[in-house]
Design a protein around this ligand. Sequence first.
Ligand code: UD1
Length: 354
Amino acid sequence: MKRILTIVGARPQFIKAAAISHTIRDFYSNRIQEDILHTGQHYDDAMSGRFFTELDIPLPKYNLGVGSGSHGHQTALMLNGIEEILLKERYDGVLIYGDTNSTLAGALAASKLQVPVYHVEAGLRSFNRAMPEEVNRIVADHVSTLLFAPTQTAMGNLQREGFGQSQAIFSGDVMLDNVRYYTERMQTTDNLPAQLLVTIHRDFNTDHPERLKSILTTLDTLVERYDTDILFPVHPRTGQKIDSMGYSPKSERIRMSAPLSYLETLEAIQQSWLVLTDSGGLQKEAYFCGRACVILRPETEWVEIVEAGAALLADADQQRIMDCVGQLRDITPTAPTQFGDGRASHAIIQHIIS
Ligand code: UD1
């Protein structure tokens, strides 16, 4: 029996961890025993607790409660806390997800103690080092023992950086596992897709008032041009910036809401004729659910979706956003083939066991 510590901390990681946790519970509980450590990076119920309940993830055995802070401060608290636990308990490996500060801290703490590190969603690159996530994922990859790439592009990145076949493994994307698993269990709705779904949370959009303002004013224009409702679930970081700018939408048809749960997000995508986002996760979920996506960034790690003609890069520029919406409004992407077969979590667990 292998003892594994899963380290999570931010909203997208709870979602990804759900895929692996279910698969361990349902198929490999005689081979792997999993404990969960929550760094506490996200702590509001809407950003954290609710996902454990909704996705039926085992409650964390440890919660470090680090909360928000500057990158160095937050990561340092996590390193300290994770190290203590790794010294106390003898784990055979540590599972980390994605590219947040919690990923980085887990990777560093474990690798320094020579505990094998398994990185799920490895090999992603935006080639933009101004993004904190780019630094996190490069460092995490380079101290990891097994690197699970969700796409062939990610595999190519890892091969170029010198990882061989024994370390870099194409697993497919656990987020596709999730979309398949949960949409099969969701009640289908007959509502026509009548809204736009918009999310913004990246620091390069929220922390630059001119970019944030450009995106927000474009929403008003979109309501008029397309006679559409807009659902805009607001990340706490974005909410604080919007409040300090004194922005409120001109049209009542722009519905700003609290962050959505995972299942609410899938439902919202299905009810939307297009998604506008700077989130990597939502770009994929839109694609997996057959919706096109305008990416509010200058580049993306998920280049396959752009290559498939299902997404366009608009950055934060009003004219480009309007052009992209115009180009994508009638596009219905077909089933994805580049993200594996929806059984990434099985591939990952089997590699860890062997
Ligand atoms: C983090 C990740 C990002 C990921 C995102 C998903 C890093 C560097 N960034 O960004 O890659 O896409 O999570 O959401 O790790 N806040 C709350 N309540 C919470 C959590 C955060 O109010 O439960 C507010 C705080 O003001 C905090 C701010 O949001 O300072 C930013 O939170 P933080 O965890 O630092 O980064 P995210 O923007 O969430």
